[in-house]
Design a protein around this ligand. Structure first.
Ligand SMILES: O=c1[nH]c(=O)c2[nH]c(=O)[nH]c2[nH]1
Length: 289
């Protein structure tokens, strides 16, 4: 039998990092989950257990904490780039790094007290390869719902079809979006603008399918934001079924719903700028969506 070591990477997953900035009496809080992953000439440890090229995952974790203190965390994209470049430039055997950061939000109660924000998470995935880099940012669990302006009909019917057609239904989803940046970007400003476009397009677009809404949301981002080369959206259809109240002699005029948590439809798609800069490595180690 013949075989050899295939692609491999290693790092510290889910380093929980909380920073408090006390430079004024109004403290600011950042809550991040950082994952590092390194690639390079790492065959020896796999084949013989020779660790002379292995930057320990414990060292990677410590570097995350040290960089948070020394230089601070401002934009998560810049923090990720700083970490990625550090590993690639400081260690000859390391040729590539991927740094993933999730930012968890907190709402301010007072100068130095906070309450748990929504489940929504801001994300970035930075890939450094030699002197190249790619930044893929996004969000997860952006929950949106509209109570009208959504229809679904015209689909094929076979002997297994029971779904009634509707011209007025609740449309609800928890958006996961990832977009690839190109050029120079003001990350926080761009994130806020893209998030706002996603939300406002969801609300404004009269929907004949969640697929149509997804495409409208992605298109709105590409039309308004030249720094976005492509966007991928994953949107569960969080079904709200009209409850049959007739056994109780009651009419239900689209007012009482059963919010099913599973199964759910899962609608996924991307919108890609025709003249986008080459994606290169940007997506290659991300899941398809
Ligand atoms: O917007 C929708 N798209 C579908 O593909 C689908 N399928 C389904 O059962 N309901 C819906 N809704």
């Amino acid at each position: 039998m013949s075989y050899s070591l295939g692609p491999n990477q290693y790092g510290k997953a889910e380093v929980r990092l909380v920073t408090v900035s006390r430079s004024s009496s109004v403290h600011s809080l950042r809550d991040l989950t950082v994952s590092t992953s390194l690639r390079g000439s790492l065959a020896a440890t796999h084949l013989t257990g020779d660790n002379s090229d292995v930057v320990a995952t414990d060292t990677q974790k410590n570097t995350v904490y040290a960089f948070a203190k020394d230089g601070g965390v401002d934009e998560i994209e810049d923090f990720a780039l700083r970490l990625g470049r550090h590993f690639v430039t400081s260690f000859e055997q390391i040729s590539g790094a991927r740094i993933l950061i999730d930012e968890h939000s907190w709402d301010r109660i007072s100068d130095h007290a906070f309450s748990g924000g929504s489940r929504e998470v801001r994300t970035t995935a930075v890939t450094v390869s030699g002197s190249d880099h790619w930044v893929v940012s996004g969000l997860r669990d952006l929950v949106v719902l509209k109570t009208t302006g959504s229809e679904f009909h015209g689909y094929p019917k076979d002997k297994y079809t029971t779904l009634p057609e509707t011209s007025d239904r609740i449309l609800a989803t928890a958006v996961t979006a990832r977009w690839r940046y190109q050029g120079t970007v003001s990350y926080t400003e761009s994130f806020a603008a893209i998030r706002s476009l996603l939300v406002s397009t969801f609300a404004a677009k009269h929907s004949l399918s969640l697929q149509q809404t997804l495409y409208a949301m992605g298109s709105a981002v590409l039309e308004a934001r030249p720094e976005v080369a492509e966007i991928r959206l994953s949107m569960p259809n969080k079904h709200h079924f009209v409850v049959d109240l007739s056994p109780f002699g009651l009419e239900n005029n689209n007012e009482v719903f059963y919010a099913a948590d599973r199964p759910y439809g899962l609608i996924e798609g991307s919108v890609v700028r025709d003249d986008a800069e080459d994606a290169g490595l940007a997506w290659y180690s991300l899941p398809e969506f």
